[in-house]
Design a protein. Structure first.
Length: 56
């Protein structure tokens, strides 16, 4: 049994549905298109630190 929560971001819903189906089939799913730029890791880490400080 699997359950997906709905949302308004259709691309995210598409990717999460594909990821779920892939996982159920024992496969990996990578939604990024080949050659697509990945998010900046330093920026993500900085935002996570800001969030942690804001919640403390």
């Amino acid at each position: 049994v699997a359950l997906l929560e709905g949302g308004y971001d259709l691309e995210a819903l598409r990717d999460s549905t594909a990821a779920l189906i892939s996982a159920l089939g024992g496969e990996s799913f990578y939604p990024e298109a080949p050659g697509r730029v990945r998010p900046d890791r330093d920026l993500i880490d900085a935002m996570a630190q800001l969030r942690t400080r804001a919640l403390d």
